[in-house]
Write a protein that binds this ligand. Structure first.
Ligand SMILES: C[S+](C)CC[C@H](N)C(=O)O
Ligand SMILES: N[C@@H](CCS)C(=O)O
Ligand SMILES: [Zn+2]
Length: 346
């Protein structure tokens, strides 16, 4: 979906949201769905393991989220691959493959809509609409595989320069992979936000990006850095098309949207997790002392009223979460009527 420069980059997501009827649906927990299909992700590569062992499953999960109503599917490139038993070349090929698989799923979905419009009429599964592929870049903490994407405690030895160097190659590759945007996900601190913004500028990245933070309460990123500061850093960069929060307990989302809205007019995205806590040692999720709130969909209307415009789910959310979000938004917005979408957008 080529863009013609930074001016277009900044308005790209707004145009997309207009086409979606004002609000867009992001997919749900990707690894969670892989595990539901039997994938064992107890591996340093985590969900990226399936790019090697079961690419058909990666494509299938993307397709399932499209069937659930997603407008944006996020690639399986979340976990950094360096020094995880792969050569540099193998790691780079895997990054490209992650985008190809998502693009293939989109193509299959769109072909199915074209060829079998009766499918749409029969069960509402297939409905032509704008769909973007977002290339995931998980934080440095994700790569460390010790749960530090939920703490942001990288230590004094890690600087903005360290982080830029760590992320540079992955960002260059994903920017030229055919993805529509880069999803910087689960960012736990302002240091990494600064590194991403500088990297986007230094490398002259021409596809848009979003910056999405993991947070520990209603007003702070996981490290304790203020959300106001984190979102201001994101706001300062032209290539950043949206700012938001992911893999965070639903109970904090409303306050976080208010903080973000105070410092930016860019679109706000939210894709919370189930409210459980990640146990990095065993690579499992445990009930939080405050309880899980899997069924957060009833809050989507309130989050929309607070100013968010992109909604999805992160870890431990499922196809049902995304179906319910799609339903909640289509009941309340001017999302395009599927029956005349083709005339307008295809
Ligand atoms: C979003 S977390 C559940 C991803 C996995 C983590 N980086 C790990 O390797 O343990
Ligand atoms: N896109 C990633 C985010 C993990 S926090 C996933 O859904 O697995
Ligand atoms: Zn998550």
């Amino acid at each position: 979906m080529g863009l013609g420069g930074k001016e277009e980059t900044s308005s790209f997501l707004r145009g997309f949201l207009d086409k979606c009827g004002g609000y867009a649906v992001i997919d749900g927990g990707f690894a969670t769905e892989l595990e539901r299909h039997g994938a064992d992700l107890n591996d340093p590569l985590w969900s990226a393991k399936c790019l090697l062992s079961s690419p058909h499953l990666v494509r299938r999960v993307h397709l399932d989220y499209l069937d659930a109503g997603a407008n944006i599917i996020i690639t399986a490139s979340y976990q950094g691959f360096e020094a995880k038993g792969l050569s540099k070349e193998e790691g780079e090929a895997l990054l490209k493959r992650s985008v190809e698989l998502a693009c293939e799923a989109r193509e299959i979905y769109q072909d199915r809509c074209t060829k079998d419009s009766s499918d749409f009429l029969r069960n509402g599964r297939c409905w032509r609409r704008p769909i973007l592929v977002a290339a995931s870049v998980g934080s440095y903490g994700a790569y460390l595989a010790d749960g530090s994407e939920y703490r942001g405690d990288y230590g004094d030895a890690v600087t903005v320069e360290t982080l830029k160097d760590f992320h540079r190659r992955r960002v260059q590759i994903l920017a030229n992979s055919g993805a529509d945007l880069i999803a910087f996900e689960t960012i736990p601190n302002k240091l990494e936000a600064k590194a991403y913004v500088e990297l986007l500028e230094e490398e002259g990245i021409e596809i848009p990006a979003w910056l999405s933070f993991s947070c520990k309460d209603e007003s702070s990123a996981a490290s304790g850095d203020s959300m106001l500061e984190c979102a201001s850093i994101a706001d300062s960069c032209k290539q950043v098309a949206a700012v938001g929060v992911n893999c965070t307990a639903p109970r904090f989302i409303h306050g976080l949207i208010s903080s973000i809205k105070q410092v930016t007019s860019k679109p706000v995205l939210v894709y919370p997790n189930s409210g459980e806590t990640y146990d990095a040692e065993n690579k499992t999720w445990v009930k939080s002392s405050e309880g899980a709130d899997e069924d957060f969909v009833s809050y989507v209307g309130k989050w929309r009223d607070a100013g968010a415009s992109l909604f999805g789910g992160c870890c431990r959310t499922t196809l049902n979460t995304i179906k319910a979000i799609t339903e909640a938004l289509s009941g309340k917005t001017s999302r395009v009527d599927p029956s005349n979408f083709a005339d307008k957008y295809m």
